[in-house]
Write a protein that binds this ligand. Sequence first.
Ligand SMILES: [Mg+2]
Length: 302
Amino acid sequence: MTNKANQSNPTVLRKGRAGPVSRRSRTHQVANWVAAAETFLIDLDGTLIQQAYPLDGAAALLDRLAGRFMIVSNNSADTADALAGRLMAIGLPVTGRQLVLAGEQTIKFLAERHPHCRVMLFASAAMRRMAVNYGLALVDRNADLIVLMRDSSFDYAGLSLAANEIRAGAKLIVSNPDLTHPAPGGQIVVETGALMTALTACADALPARIIGKPEPDLFVEAMRRLAALPDNTIVIGDNPDTDARGAVRLGLRYLLLGPGAGADANSPAALLELPGFGAGANPARPRNTQPERIAADDLSSA
Ligand SMILES: [Mg+2]
């Protein structure tokens, strides 16, 4: 997902790990990182696709990194299997297991950490079905938890209800903080973070928990699935505030895609032309390492 924060200068973030670097030394640095990398955590919207279309080189990038990547997205409206089907239909070789999504991970978090809570869920029909399948008790009053995802039917009545529930003691859990993501014709799609902003303003309370990037949960889950190690994992994304900031929080290296001067490449195709991604470099190899437990404290319950 992307939002207006894409205009930020990613160089600022790089100070956290490697310090400001020149373009030439950055290219050299990236080549070394990529040559040493075994696993990649790749954002979806703005990195591999734009609306319903793949970006130039997206399929080639996934082919190049086959068996060594997870797609990590703040999508909170779709199931992984449904989204994988749509990606396959536009030529991107992705299975449901290779998608780590904010909505699904929020429901799994609730089922694991709050299985007996009364949950007032604002979400798509697909996410509501998943929540029921995971045994969550969905209620429309007297909730323990208000759970907010991208809900295109969120309205004044729902805002009033949720705000009063929070003021009465319910905790707020949010799938992802993005304000918007891009829509055709230069327009925007209002995202979960915009609904969260309205709700927290009315309820006078901050979320007890946010699951999506830049929080660590999605990256940690993706690394668990890959049995990935932090030192040789690279995050690829287009959003400094979610992808890059989330990577920095976990001590992961990252590459930024986009049109800005601070980006490493402006498309997946351009990324593949960087030293280190070249044909024959770092061929896929079997993974037999054990997952390293990282940032366990960051997964504490709300
Ligand atoms: Mg994005």
